[in-house]
Design a protein around this ligand. Structure first.
Ligand code: NI
Ligand code: MN
Length: 232
């Protein structure tokens, strides 16, 4: 199984044993959950769920440092090209894109998608997505920021090994709805994210663990602290 590292918030790094590395939503420099710097993120592929600043994060710098390919929803990709990212692949819901070591399929997410500039104005490139990532023989579902929705059952039919679900509430589903999502997806393992980074999304992951034990008793909950890994 590849090594999945929780950078913090909703940022993850996937590494296989062939030297392929994938950064997902690499929010690093302004991420209160990590002391890492953008310079320390080594990845040949960057996958983005949506345009919000706490997900696009340091994509431009990391892409330039690593000559990385960025794969995201097409309008966000066009916007990133304008910011100086050279290798962008734009996709959309239902589509699958290959990258070194794996594939990503874009699936729906119920959320919004805009990037707030330093002057406070927002540009709104594209729509939010979840990501079904097949990598190193393991299938991951990065739900991105989303509410609970019934078609998570269809996503579960993809055969998800590891589901990464937001539990923070306020901007996404909270622990109770995330436990219902775990039931719909039916993954072997669920990893909570997008909580405890900022005051409005303070949550107890143990409450989520208890809710999943009731709704989806076949699903194991793995709580990762920033910097911790799963698999590898
Ligand atoms: Ni968001
Ligand atoms: Mn977010």
């Amino acid at each position: 199984m590849p090594k999945l590292t929780f950078i913090g918030h909703a940022a993850f790094l996937l590494e296989d044993d062939q030297g392929n590395a994938v950064a997902i939503d690499p929010f690093v420099e302004h991420n209160p959950a990590t002391t890492l710097t953008a310079r320390e993120i080594k990845a040949g592929t960057i996958l983005l769920t949506h345009a919000h600043n706490d997900h696009v994060g340091d994509t431009v710098e990391i892409a330039q440092n690593n000559d990385a390919k960025v794969i995201c929803v097409v309008e966000l990709g066009d916007w990133l090209e304008g910011k100086g990212v050279r290798d962008v692949v734009g996709a959309n819901h239902g589509g699958t894109v290959e990258f070194p070591g794996g594939t990503v399929k874009f699936v729906p997410a119920w959320h919004s998608s805009s990037f707030t500039l330093e002057d406070g104005s927002a540009v709104a490139p594209g729509v939010p997505a979840g990501l079904v990532v097949r990598f190193g023989g393991t299938t991951y579902y990065f739900a991105g920021d989303t509410a609970l929705f019934g078609d998570m059952r269809l996503i579960g039919e993809e055969g998800i090994d590891v589901a990464i679900l937001p539990i923070g509430d306020h901007f996404t589903m909270g622990p109770a709805d995330a436990a219902r999502a775990a039931e719909l997806v039916g993954a072997g393992t669920v990893i909570p994210c997008h909580y405890n980074t900022f005051p409005p999304i303070r949550q107890d992951p143990e409450a989520f663990r208890a809710a999943v034990a009731k709704r989806a008793p076949g699903t194991e909950v793995v709580v990762l602290a920033p910097g911790e890994t799963y698999g590898g």
